[in-house]
Design a protein around this ligand. Sequence first.
Ligand code: CA2
Length: 147
Amino acid sequence: MTSILILNGPNLNLLGTRQPEVYGHTTLADIKAMCHEKAQTLGITIAFEQSNSEGALLDHIHAARGVHDGIILNAGAYTHTSVALMDAISSVGLPVVELHLSNIHAREEFRHRSYIAKVALGVICGFGAAGYPLALEALEGHLGQTE
Ligand code: CA2
């Protein structure tokens, strides 16, 4: 059965508690439930993780090799700074969908650069929490064509 890792980066554990005008009212637990529901519809397995630490995110990416078929990554602010995450994605060789709740291109200049996009299969941003099931559908569709 296809297995997808959904990996969330720094501060995303705060979703639904602050800045609802930017990130909405949905909590990360709500998003996790949405993802499990979507996974059931698609007939796939998922793992859902969040960490505020860049090192832990790297460890999750490394450990995905041979366990998961692809990764959905909302790397939070590390998107705009982390060459290490970019290198980890390249090194595991798994397809990665970069995901953001907000439209990073309509925000501050420093959010326009993404190190993840350089090595990602594709990017989804600006659809809020609905982006998560969209990303699952897109990645499952891609894996269905390649496996
Ligand atoms: O739009 C996204 O999904 C982001 O990855 C969210 C990151 C931001 O740094 C990226 O540029 C875009 C920030 C996540 C912070 O989430 C919070 C949620 C509630 C309250 C405060 C922060």
